[in-house]
Ligand binder design. Structure first.
Ligand code: S3P
Length: 157
């Protein structure tokens, strides 16, 4: 397939794990957006949210995504907010990207995110929020956007 492949879906759906597997199996370069944003800005995602706000993070995230998709071989692990934010802003779905929506059961996502260390790294899900309620709300708010851009939906476990 002569297109970048982007894995999309909520935090905890397995984007990073599956992106690594795909990159190894297909021998294509891996781009993990959160990790790249952190290394380019010398700050964690949480620090970017805290110091500059979510809107700034979204700008960095979208600009970096546009850079990564210049590589038709790219395998991209996106952040959970990338596509919902792009849809909300009215951005056009890039045609040179194949979007794969990973959609495990919500209970599984919640179980995976229960680790307080994982949650600390994710400002929207940090330990101050009711995890199950927040994930359910995010799913309700975002699944339409994921479905709108998905070229393939994988109901993983
Ligand atoms: C976010 C998800 C995170 C990260 C940031 C915002 C979101 O990535 O980009 O904390 O809006 O859902 P993961 O999906 O890898 O957790």
């Amino acid at each position: 397939m002569n297109k970048a492949i982007a894995l999309i879906g909520l935090s905890g759906c397995g984007k990073t794990t599956y992106a690594k597997v795909l990159s190894e199996k297909l021998d294509r370069p891996l781009y993990d957006l959160d990790a790249l944003i952190e290394s380019k800005n010398y700050l964690s995602v949480r620090e970017i949210f805290e110091q500059f706000g979510e809107a700034h993070f979204r700008k960095l995230e979208w600009e970096l995504f546009l850079e990564c998709i210049q590589d038709n071989n790219a395998i991209i692990a996106t952040g959970g907010g990338l596509v919902p934010h792009a849809v909300m802003c009215g951005y056009k779905k890039p045609l040179n990207v194949f979007f794969v929506y990973l959609s495990p059961p919500l209970e599984e996502i919640i179980r995976r995110l229960e680790n307080p260390v994982d949650r600390l790294q994710r400002p929207l899900l940090d330990n101050s929020v009711d995890l199950s309620q927040k994930v359910t709300l995010l799913h309700q708010a975002r699944s339409k956007a994921y479905l709108a851009w998905a070229d393939e939906i994988i109901e993983t476990f």
